[in-house]
Write a protein that binds this ligand. Structure first.
Ligand SMILES: [Zn+2]
Length: 509
């Protein structure tokens, strides 16, 4: 009988964290099935926690945030103010050393005084999720200003090109600004799931497309890499370069990631659309059929598309009765040129990247919107302080980040393949490969480094590396490590580019 130990070690025992997950599960189960039994249990449990913790009762805050967002959701479900207040209480108790005062647990400072995103990545982002939920219910500006500051620090300085976060193995934590190693990346699958969840909330709070961009990025790349194509093996850690030894596992002693990725994938349908007073927002382009309630009108929306492999999306809008409302279409941040037609007629509005394009009209059955998002192969470079990526580029097409994997490039170790300014890319859909993916092929240079032999360092005139023309093939990063083990790399060597001049070539390779 360990009853006397209950609530005595909030730092390590995850009681509040597990309670939060139970609440969320109960709410989701209730919403999707109508069953109340689990929700009743969750409410009883929440009432118990509220009888122990709160103003004038016991102080405390969870070692692992999670219950904050769950309590806000339980408040939304039950309208019991007490749950919202308890969520605020747990947030406000943090930062006063009640759980030891460490940076890893984000207990070193009160939340509203944080000016950079630090600590255990999943904890930090779950905390931000909870704070965003509280902001959505209370409208507290100070809270939002902190969230905005933390988001900018993360997205501009501490996030992988895949949307993965938490670069350090030590403490599973965020690193310093620009500390983004590739081979030693931690980038826990749960942290990517959390990144999707937080950006979804920031999007709902603001309607701003920059949040959807990061949500989509983390979803298609860092998070999706967490699960094998057969759905049976998982990554906990997601490096961006490997020698072929990092493989997905069937389970983990600390098994947070497998159910988290399952939960995320199950929740994707709920992130495609949202509604506001007189509008339907289209956040994600996914071949799908949805029925959306808007002002008592049921609007059926069908998306026909091969996205993310192709930028063409045909949307059919079928309201149960003709009605005037707005459709907000997301123009992704990665898309520099987009055209939108309604019933064959071009929309005469400027279409800018990372915005929502509003189409306001009377919608009737069979109205059709055609969206064409230009989706070329692009090369990305990094801020120069990301030392690992200097003179390297990553391949991206649409929202999908690519990697070179040995299985597709048998002739050359992919770590020795370089892209040059003359490299021409082709994008081809291969239905039989990796469950159906667009591959990107190009001609680059293979570097024969055999002269390095046993040397680790050499003077500049020693060790001649031979360059040989090669063809290479890149596959989506999320699909890596599903075939025979071998080297993989996201940030590929780039030779002959002058990155000082905006990527323009100033001399011959
Ligand atoms: Zn995890």
């Amino acid at each position: 009988e360990k009853k006397r130990l209950r609530w005595t070690n909030l730092r390590d025992m995850h009681e509040l964290y597990c309670a939060g997950h139970l609440f969320q599960a109960a709410i989701a189960y209730h919403r999707s099935t109508g069953e109340k039994e689990l929700l009743t249990t969750a409410v009883r449990f929440a009432d118990h926690i509220a009888s122990v913790f709160g103003p004038g009762k016991r102080r405390g805050t969870p070692g692992h945030p999670e219950i904050e967002m769950a309590l806000v959701e339980l408040y939304r479900e039950t309208r019991k103010e007490e749950y919202l207040e308890l969520a605020q209480f747990f947030l406000d108790q943090r930062g006063y050393g009640l759980i030891g005062g460490s940076i890893v647990l984000i207990d070193h400072k009160p939340f509203r005084q944080l000016d950079e995103i630090v600590g255990h990545a999943v904890r930090a982002i779950y905390l931000c999720c909870g704070a965003t939920d509280i902001f959505m219910e209370t409208g507290e500006r100070e809270l939002y200003e902190t969230l905005e500051k933390l988001w900018k620090n993360m997205v501009y300085k501490r996030m992988y090109v895949t949307g993965g976060v938490g670069s350090r193995h030590a403490g599973e934590a965020f690193g310093d600004d620009y500390e983004l190693p590739n081979r030693r990346a931690y980038s826990e699958t749960c942290a990517s799931v959390a990144n999707v969840m937080w950006n979804w909330r920031m999007l709902l709070a603001t309607g701003e497309s920059r949040f959807t961009d990061i949500m989509e990025l983390a979803l298609y790349n860092a998070a999706l890499a967490g699960i094998s194509l057969n759905g049976r093996e998982y990554f906990y850690v997601n490096p961006l370069a490997d020698r072929g030894r990092h493989r997905r596992q069937r389970w983990f002693g600390c098994a947070c990631c497998p159910p988290n990725i399952a939960r995320l994938l199950a929740s994707v349908p709920g992130m495609i659309y949202s509604t506001s007073d007189n509008a339907i927002w289209v956040h994600l382009y996914v071949a799908s059929v949805a029925r959306i309630e808007l002002k008592g009108n049921e609007v059926r929306i069908t998306q026909e598309t091969e996205y993310p492999w192709d930028g063409r999306i045909d949307v059919t809008v079928e309201p149960s009765k003709d009605d005037e409302f707005s459709l907000y279409l997301r123009i992704p941040g990665w898309c520099r040129a987009a055209t939108v037609n309604v019933n064959g007629r071009k929309v005469r509005k400027s279409v800018k990247p990372s915005t929502y394009l509003e189409i306001s009209r009377v919608w009737g059955t069979g109205d059709r919107v055609e969206i064409e998002l230009d989706m070329p192969v692009t090369l990305l470079k990094s801020h120069p302080y990301v030392l690992n990526n200097n003179y390297r580029v990553a391949i991206k097409r649409g929202p999908v980040v690519y990697c070179l994997e040995q299985a597709d490039n048998p002739e050359y170790d992919v770590w020795n393949i370089a892209i040059v300014p003359e490299t021409k890319f082709t994008a081809t859909y291969e239905p039989e490969l990796l469950g159906g993916v667009v591959v990107i092929e190009g001609n680059g240079i293979g570097l024969d480094i055999s002269a390095w032999n046993n040397k680790l360092y050499a003077e500049m005139d020693e060790v001649q590396v031979k360059a040989i023309p090669v063809k290479f093939k890149a596959v989506p990063y999320y699909a890596w490590a599903n075939r025979s083990p071998g080297p993989m790399i996201v940030w590929i060597q780039a030779l002959g580019f002058n990155t000082l001049q905006g990527g323009k070539k100033l001399y011959k390779a």
